[in-house]
Design a protein. Structure first.
Length: 178
């Protein structure tokens, strides 16, 4: 086996990406404090053609060298907006027809592998702070709560890892339905 060179990967240019059809998914970050996590989520969102990332609360915004370090330019391809209050963006997305999904451990949360994605819907995936998770008032207004199954001793995944796992599952199910 030979590793492929970047030129052989046939990736979209920045302009082609911006003009391309996106998945029916937006990402909402509720007070994510690590700029490296924000950058990683930008990079993953680029890979899965996410429509928009909403940065809320204490989230830093591009341009920032620490975001760029892990985003590697994805902060220039993925559309983003900043909102001070996460509840405001979740309410706006719901009013615009998005199914809002908190990725959080809650009573009656749905395990990720049991969540059925319907291509007729648009989804807003909410991810929370590295220590405190998603604020309860945000969880309260979401349509669903998803939980990623875990089998070890730790209580959570890193937020950028959670975003990668959930975005892959949504993308995979949406592609199968298409």
């Amino acid at each position: 086996m030979r590793k492929l060179d970047n030129a052989e990967l046939n990736r979209l240019s920045v302009d082609e990406f911006k003009l391309s059809t996106k998945t029916s998914i937006v990402v909402v970050l509720d007070n994510v404090r690590s700029l490296n996590n924000i950058g990683s989520i930008f990079r993953t969102s680029d890979a899965f053609k996410v429509e928009t990332i909403y940065l809320c609360g204490i989230c830093a915004t591009p341009p920032h060298k620490e975001i760029h370090k892990t985003a590697l330019g994805a902060e220039d391809t993925v559309h983003w907006q900043y909102f001070q209050e996460t509840t405001n963006v979740v309410a706006l997305l719901k009013s615009n027809g998005y199914v809002t999904v908190a990725v959080e451990q809650t009573e009656n949360s749905i395990m990720l592998e049991k969540f059925s994605i319907d291509n007729k819907h648009k989804y807003a995936l909410v991810f929370g702070n590295e220590v405190k998770g998603i604020k309860q008032e945000v969880v309260n207004i979401c349509c669903n709560c998803l939980e990623i199954p875990q089998f070890g001793t730790k209580h959570s995944f890193n937020v950028s890892v959670s975003a990668g796992i959930v975005l892959w599952e949504f993308y995979k199910q949406m592609a199968l339905e298409a």
